[in-house]
Design a protein around this ligand. Structure first.
Ligand code: NIG
Ligand code: FE
Length: 412
């Protein structure tokens, strides 16, 4: 047998689910105290209270005594831009000096800055930089991710990014969903011919992406100054026709109509939601679309946090993700995201953990494989340091309280 973990103080989020948790259900976190868990062939083979353990540690290749420690499902980070070239700390300083994100973008910085650097970076070098980031976030407890393209903005640049995402998936062995985000910004050459770029996207990029099987999803940055709701719907419809389900960047900088556009195209999720009015909130609550909140992006851009309590009370299904990217969230640390959700948005620790595990897994259509502790699910797990209670995890926000991460049942 592969791995036995014994004397676990608490096994967290032991359940199977069929859909996202909403309202009061989001604060319910099933647990087993004083527990053991067995991994076999990369999956969870059995678990239960210590009193039910029949096997001996000697029967296992690896035995971990988890006295005083919590075992959780690894984080599911359902919105990242982890593949990018270089960094943008000079714009970070520009913002300190008073420029806004929109002003930096308007003068050719921001996404277009990252696109320029990406073009000068070879696929191998892009892979190397991205692999380093992936190793960093997995050691911080992320066991499943979504990664977007969107810094290519040319046929070859977008394909290069998506091929790097495929290589990350192959080398890591974990579930990584790929999203085509050619509609992240209008390249400078198309500033006065937006229609021309949308044609390039729909007529050339999308068919190549689909033919090479490089993406699971399609995303659009639906925002003032970027893509309108009408353009968003056109691009998503073209993606859907080629088998790519939509997920959107919506209502980040302004009440953009992105949430309604996402619901209209049956998006799996609408992400950001810093700027929500009542109409968008009610529409989201009545839909099957998940609202993914990205607190570290709001924090980094010094915007008000997403109105999480209002969304939960209205009945919206919410998830949490890092938005790891060089411009608005240069951190993929999901422990920080969970803490910030509790501190800045007043989520209960149980709500934040559910939003960053099971609901995020639903947003990636992977809830039968990851996101909770259940027999048969992939053994992507976080073993904490000895801590007094589960709430200590988001409370001690600056500490790394993760002792071991298991991916496919193997401690990394
Ligand atoms: O999710 N909003 C658009 N895209 C990213 C930022 C990308 C960038 O600035 O490089 C986001 O915040
Ligand atoms: Fe994003």
């Amino acid at each position: 047998m592969d791995v036995l973990i014994t004397n676990i103080k608490q096994l967290v989020n032991t359940r199977t689910i069929d859909g996202p948790l909403r309202s009061a259900a989001l604060s319910e976190l099933p647990v087993v105290n004083d527990a053991y868990l067995v991994c076999e062939g990369g999956r969870i083979a059995e678990f239960g209270p210590m009193s039910a353990l029949r096997q001996k540690p000697a029967d296992f290749r690896t035995h971990i005594d988890a006295t005083g420690r919590f075992l959780l499902p690894a984080w599911v980070d359902s919105h990242t831009h982890l593949v990018f070239a270089g960094s943008r700390e000079s714009e970070f300083v520009d913002k300190i000096r008073g420029l806004s994100y929109a002003e930096i973008a308007a003068r050719g910085g921001g996404i277009l800055n990252s696109a320029r650097v990406l073009h000068e970076t070879s696929e191998d070098e892009l892979f190397r930089q991205s692999w380093t980031r992936l190793q960093e976030v997995t050691r911080l407890g992320t066991g499943t991710l979504e990664i977007k393209s969107g810094y290519g903005l040319t046929v070859e640049g977008e394909l290069k990014m998506l091929r790097v995402i495929r290589r990350l998936r192959e080398k890591s062995g974990i579930d990584i969903r790929a999203t085509f985000l050619g509609a992240h910004s209008f390249p400078a050459e198309y500033r006065d011919d937006r229609e021309g770029y949308i044609r390039l996207l729909i007529e050339e990029m999308l068919p190549r992406v689909a033919a090479e099987g490089l993406a699971d999803y399609i995303d659009v940055f639906c925002e003032e100054g970027f893509f309108t709701p009408e353009q968003t719907i056109r691009i998503c419809s073209a993606g859907k026709a080629l088998g790519l389900k939509p997920r959107l960047h919506a209502n980040q900088l302004a009440v953009s109509g992105g949430v309604e556009a996402g619901i209209a195209v049956g998006a799996l999720s609408v992400d950001h939601l810093e700027s929500m009015d009542d109409a968008a909130t009610q529409a989201l609550a009545a839909s099957g679309t998940i609202g993914t909140l990205l607190p570290t992006a709001a924090y980094f851009l010094r915007m008000p946090f997403q109105p999480a309590r209002r969304l939960i009370d209205a009945g919206c299904a919410i998830a949490l993700a890092s938005d790891f990217n060089p411009g608005s969230s240069p951190s993929g640390n999901m422990n920080g995201v969970v803490s910030m959700a509790c501190i800045g948005m007043k989520l209960l620790p149980e709500e934040a953990i559910n939003a960053a595990t099971v609901n995020a897994a639903v947003a990636l259509e992977l809830h039968r494989e990851v996101g909770s502790i259940a027999v048969g699910k992939k053994a992507q797990l976080i073993l904490t340091q000895p801590i007094p209670s589960l709430a200590y995890l988001p409370y001690a926000f600056g500490s790394n309280l993760i002792e071991t991460v298991l991916l496919n049942g193997t401690p990394i």
